[in-house]
Design a protein around this ligand. Structure first.
Ligand code: NAD
Length: 342
């Protein structure tokens, strides 16, 4: 099979991680990278002398040698760059969030279909060992029906210029939750506050409401003294805590819960009983999720398959982000979620 030649656009903070992984994957050839900043290109050349560089990403669009493009530029630029890449006949992987609006994402999905090209979004957490272990635990029925999920993703900075904290941090929480639950919320409420940059909220709370009564809360902040990456899933049988900051024991399962008495005659006889059982941490075979994500993209291109995190997966997340923004601008009003059929 012909080697798949890869181009990476954007060599700021995240792009070099993509370059490192594509460079490591034997089924592809990390051929060229692009950035507007000459210094970033010099740095990439120092790290990977055989890689070509260009300041103008249009150069790689006209090259028949490039099969796939991975985009790690600021969110506001994703749509334009991805559209040009698809029109030039390239398969495209875009960093999260896929675009800065639902309309842009719908257009990329349509274009990828028309050109018969793979469109993937970098929802990295869907490729982690921990999240896949949690999915396995939920599907085994061990924690019972999920009553609610609460996720905290906070730290100090990094303030962004073009997107608020929800668009910056919540794509991770939302993509994890949708992947774990396999369903979309019916409405979203959110509140947020911009303290330092006008109209760019630096702290926010989002709730996603599902039609079976399940509720999922997200707290995102660039203004917090702690770096926290924690998700609690409260089930009808057990409770699970996923702490991504932990190096070992990222997942803990608590055999804790509440039992309502089956019958009682008087109010005095009514007592919940609380169960304080064992706590255990399942074994997880760790690997680098980004390598899994990048090789999955190359695999899908070579086998003409649909990626796990395809354009439609990106659309679901952007739909919720857009609703959250709408709700923030409308004092926390519930915004109904509607999604076109895939
Ligand atoms: N999956 C993850 O865990 C993860 C983590 C961090 C960032 N990201 C995503 O990666 C993307 C980039 O984020 P970042 O933190 O690396 O941003 P960054 O600002 O550090 O880097 C972006 C780079 O893109 C370059 N750029 C901008 N426009 C360009 C153009 N037209 N052509 C070529 N280069 C251009 C800039 O010069 C800059 O070097 C965002 O979508 C972000 O959400 C994902």
């Amino acid at each position: 099979m012909k080697t798949t030649n890869v181009a990476v656009i954007g060599c700021g903070y995240w792009g070099p991680n993509l370059i490192r992984n594509f460079n490591h994957i034997s089924s592809c050839n990390m051929k060229i990278c692009s950035d507007l900043d000459e210094n970033r290109l010099k740095r990439m050349k120092q790290l990977y002398p055989s890689i070509e560089t260009t300041k103008n990403y249009q150069d790689l669009l006209s090259s028949d040698d490039i099969d796939v493009v991975a985009i790690a530029t600021p969110v506001r630029t994703h749509y334009e760059i991805a559209k040009n890449c698809l029109n030039a006949g390239k398969h495209v992987m875009i960093e999260k969030p896929i675009t800065s609006s639902v309309a842009e994402c719908n257009e990329l999905i349509r274009l990828a279909k028309e050109k018969n090209k793979v469109l993937m979004v970098g929802h990295t957490f869907e490729y982690t060992a921990s999240v896949n272990k949690i999915k396995e635990i939920i599907e085994s029925g061990e924690i019972g029906d999920i009553l609610y999920i609460a996720s905290t993703r906070v730290n100090l900075g990094l303030f962004q210029d073009d997107i608020n904290v929800v668009w910056d941090l919540a794509p991770h929480d939302i993509s994890i939750m949708l992947y774990l639950l396999g369903k979309m919320p019916v409405s979203v409420n959110a509140q947020g506050k911009a303290h330092y940059k006008r109209n760019i909220e630096d702290v926010a709370w989002v709730s996603m409401n599902f039609n079976d009564g399940l509720i999922a809360f997200l707290h995102n902040s660039w203004l917090d003294p702690y770096k926290i990456r924690k998700m609690t899933l409260v089930g009808s049988k057990k409770m699970l805590v996923y702490n991504d900051i932990e190096t070992n024991e990222k997942i803990k399962i608590f055999d804790k819960g509440i039992k309502v008495p089956p019958y009682y005659d008087t109010f005095a006889e009514f007592h919940f009983s609380y169960r304080y059982g064992d706590i255990y941490s399942p074994r997880i075979d760790e690997y680098e999720p980004l390598e899994k994500e990048c090789s999955h993209f190359i695999d899908c291109v070579q086998k003409n398959e649909t990626p796990l995190s395809d354009g439609y997966d990106g659309l679901k997340v952007v739909t919720i982000l857009e609703a959250a923004n709408d709700s923030i601008k409308n004092a926390g009003k519930a915004i109904p979620i509607t999604l076109p059929e895939s």
